[in-house]
Design a protein around this ligand. Structure first.
Ligand SMILES: Cc1ncc(COP(=O)(O)O)c(C=O)c1O
Length: 435
């Protein structure tokens, strides 16, 4: 790192700390400014080229600087129309809605666009609470759904939820994590049975007669890539159907091929009543939304808008991103690269005492660090591995409910060689990590 660049970063950090809120964390002892990118690599203001295995928190789905997407966005910019508002007809909004409706697997679907995952989750909660005339929602433990009142209320992780003041009543059913709460010894069938009976019990005893919805992530991303157990979601949906309770599937992190299938829910033999999306679909431009059954999506009695929803630049980027996903069969690519990543890490880290588990579904993967022989989270290990990876020119995320997981979500276009390079770096970083 040149002295000059270092001084510039220090100065930017000082200015950042003065005007940005303290609850918005920065990665690394010496935070990094990314100034350019191409494919799965980015360059920092330190002049170093990094392999990027977090994709801007899963937003750069297809990679950085993809010419087809850049050209599409530039041609929209040249029209002079950056935004019009949803009070006008927007051709690309209709086109994208038609495509997402077709992809959703939902019968007679209607689509609404927002600017973020949070806003999309909030809208799904608004619509289902109106539809069912109830403010009772069921969510999952260890879940993350965003930053607004409703999205925070359904979030099942105290570290992200804070005080959780909320307009909703929320009960949290069990998610995919069975190692805590006395269920570690249950096999899949017994665990699913226990979780389902627990949901029945919740509905029979602690919730009002009508429940607005259940909201789930098919793989619990921020929890550290924890998948729901096979059969769990289908079993939950069977119970929900007995009570006419809509299932909202939050695909903000799992959508568009990230898990090796187009949607994360496709691992689970269910059909959502409402599907929430965001992150990768804009490949870096802000784009979110929801697609759901017509009767639910039509349930608002008052007019409603999102000023920036249906933004032409974001729509253009999303349409080009969907084209790219299709023409490069990225769900299959993600399944293939994800297998190399997870199996490779499992092999290389098998004897590492601080590694509790390596898990992944497609390219949504995590390494969980705990004290040797215990489930006690080893947060310092995860942050130390993250720092050492950076020293070795690889960027990774940190997450998990205790912050003890290294999270790996590279662009779906990452090459096999880049995946193998990341495995080597993470293995070295784990072996040399400071605890
Ligand atoms: C599953 C899930 N839902 C919702 C959100 C919120 O999305 P956003 O940060 O775009 O508001 C996130 C963000 O990480 C997420 O992972």
């Amino acid at each position: 790192m040149s002295g000059h660049t270092h001084a510039r970063d220090e100065e930017l950090l000082k200015r950042h700390r003065k005007v940005m809120p303290p609850w918005m964390p920065l990665y690394y002892d010496q935070p990094l400014e990314i100034v350019s990118g191409s494919g799965s690599t980015v360059t920092g203001s330190d002049g170093v080229s990094y392999l990027e295995f977090y994709s801007g928190i899963a937003t750069n789905l297809v990679g950085y600087g993809i010419p087809e997407i850049q050209e599409a966005v530039q041609s929209q910019l040249r029209t002079g129309v950056v935004h019009t508002s949803t009070f006008y007809l927007i051709r690309k909004q209709v086109e994208l809605a038609e495509r997402i409706a077709g992809l959703s697997g939902i019968d007679d679907p209607v689509v609404f666009f927002t600017c973020s995952g949070t806003e999309a989750v909030e809208t799904a909660l608004l619509l289902t609470t109106q539809y069912r005339a109830s403010n009772q929602v069921i969510a999952l433990r260890y879940s993350y759904h965003g930053r607004s009142f409703g999205a925070l209320a359904v979030t099942g992780d105290r570290n992200w939820q804070g005080r959780g003041l909320s307009p909703l009543r929320v009960a949290h059913a069990r998610g995919g994590e069975r190692r805590h709460g006395g269920m570690a010894d249950l096999n899949d069938t017994d665990y699913v049975h226990a979780c389902t009976e627990d949901l029945r019990e919740l509905l029979a005893t602690s919730t009002p007669e009508a429940t607005a919805a259940m909201v789930v992530e098919p793989v619990q991303g921020i929890a550290g890539a924890v998948p729901l157990v096979p059969g769990q979601l289908a079993s939950y949906q069977a119970v929900l159907r007995e009570h006419d309770i809509p299932l909202i599937v939050d695909e903000v992190q799992t959508g568009w091929g990230r898990t090796g299938r187009y949607w994360g829910y496709q691992w689970h033999d269910v059909t959502p009543d409402v599907l929430v999306f965001a992150k990768g679909v804009g490949n870096g431009l802000t784009m979110g939304g929801l697609v759901g059954r017509r009767e639910i999506m039509s349930s608002l009695s008052h007019p409603s808008i999102s000023s920036f929803g249906g933004n032409p630049l974001s729509l253009t980027s999303a349409l080009a991103t969907l084209d790219y996903i299709d023409s490069h069969d990225l769900p299959a690519r993600s399944a293939h690269a994800g297998r190399i990543l997870v199996e490779g890490l499992q092999r290389c880290l098998a004897d590492e005492p601080w590694v509790c588990q390596v898990r992944g579904t497609g390219l949504l993967a995590a390494i969980e660090y705990t004290r040797p022989g215990a489930l006690e989270p080893a947060v310092d290990m995860a942050t130390s591995v993250q720092e050492t990876c950076r020293d070795m020119e690889l960027l990774v995320g940190v997450g998990g409910t205790s912050g003890n997981c290294v999270r790996l979500l590279p662009p779906l276009t990452v090459s096999d060689d880049q995946v193998r390079q990341a495995i080597r770096v993470i293995t070295d970083a784990t072996r040399t990590a400071r605890t």
